[in-house]
Design a protein around this ligand. Structure first.
Ligand code: SAH
Length: 345
């Protein structure tokens, strides 16, 4: 059955009109879904019985079934959900001092093949629909409702490559940003890509206020191609040119994600290459501690060494942060929980 979260307000309105109903109904339904967080059409008391019956025949609200939930000492919550077709997806809530951030999965499995990542252990089975992305945020929001709290930030940084599922991810971001939806500020919504240039260019042309993050992880082509096969199709020179034009055209800062991998990309030469790469750009680098995936053999950089790397980058004039580890006592790496559930870890 169709997922009602797949529809924007306009699309829902078109459907309402196609049923010979009045336009104001679509706003009512949207309000019940997003503001009152209805889990069942029967709860929509302003609607008449016929409309409720029609909605029940046509749509479902929640496609997710919780199969596993882990809660970390730092408040991080990781949920493993089963979709209607049995596919498993992970969603993570991280608590920061600035708000509550939800990390959503955009594809079942991933084809990008990054050599350090658990998601790629399982090849892509399919893209998630925009409604399946929205449902993940709604599930966390319903949990936060119990504490009178709200989802303030969303990052499309879970399993999958969002720009390999571009249209659905863009619809999702627009829907949760909509005043009629969850009204999450565009500047609080971030999409992260491994660097699919044609889609970065398309994103640039849309002139949205959503944030763009790019997984860099290596400052030269030789190393980046080893870590991230996508670099062979879209090498650094072309990637940086595309990002520079996005940044200038949109007047936006870019976040680069850089996982510190022991003895792989954490040496002085990498500091200098990195500084050279982002020179003159409106960018900052987010240094990320590696969540060890046993399968791959990469090791985490110790805190002292990571701080030194950070200091050296700062001295080169690069804006950067050293990300705190979240949920290290649970299976927090992208795709780890799902890979375990599927018996791949
Ligand atoms: N495909 C997109 C988004 C999903 S990955 C992308 O590449 O950006 C989200 C981020 O988590 C990426 O920066 C990714 O490289 C990082 N990541 C993946 N596995 C990780 C691990 N084991 N430890 C730390 N970060 C990881």
């Amino acid at each position: 059955m169709k997922l009602i979260y797949d529809l924007s307000l306009n699309e829902l309105n078109e459907w309402i009109l196609s049923q010979g109903l009045k336009s104001y109904r679509s706003k009512q339904i949207y309000q019940w879904l997003y503001q009152k967080r209805a889990t069942d059409f029967e709860q929509m008391t302003e609607l008449n019985k016929e409309l409720i019956a029609l909605l029940k025949e046509t749509f479902i609200i929640d496609p997710l079934r919780l199969v596993q939930r882990q809660e970390s000492k730092d408040g991080t919550i990781k949920c493993l959900f089963k979709l209607q077709d049995g596919a498993l997806v992970e969603t993570v809530l991280m608590i920061y001092d600035y708000g509550n951030s939800v990390c959503v999965t955009s594809q079942v499995g991933c084809n990008m093949g990054c050599t350090f990542c658990a998601s790629g252990l399982l090849k892509k089975q399919r893209d998630l629909s925009s409604g399946e992305l929205t449902a993940q945020v709604m599930a966390i929001q319903k949990e936060l409702d119990l504490r009178q709290d709200r989802v303030s930030h969303v990052v499309v940084m879970g399993s999958g490559e969002p720009f390999d599922n571009y249209d659905n991810v863009m619809s999702f971001m627009r829907n949760i940003n909509s005043d009629h939806g969850l009204a999450i500020g565009a500047r609080h919504i971030t999409v992260s890509t491994c660097g699919i240039i044609p889609k970065i260019n398309a994103f640039s042309k849309e002139h949205t206020q959503f944030n763009l993050a790019v997984s860099l992880h290596a400052p030269n082509d030789e190393l980046r191609s080893k870590l991230m096969p996508i670099n062979k199709a879209y090498p650094l020179k072309d990637l940086m040119a595309s990002l520079k034009s996005y940044s200038v055209e949109n007047n936006r800062r870019i976040t680069f994600e850089y996982i510190l991998l022991k003895d792989v990309n954490d040496q002085d030469e990498h500091v200098h290459q990195l500084a050279h790469l982002v020179k003159g750009m409106n960018a900052y680098i987010n240094l990320i501690p590696y969540n060890v995936v046993d399968e791959h053999g990469y090791k985490q950089v110790g805190f002292v060494h990571a701080m030194k790397f950070y200091d050296k980058l700062m001295k080169c004039g690069v804006k950067c942060t050293l990300r705190q580890e979240h949920g290290s006592d649970i299976d927090a790496a992208c795709g780890q929980l799902r890979a375990k559930a599927e018996g791949k870890l």
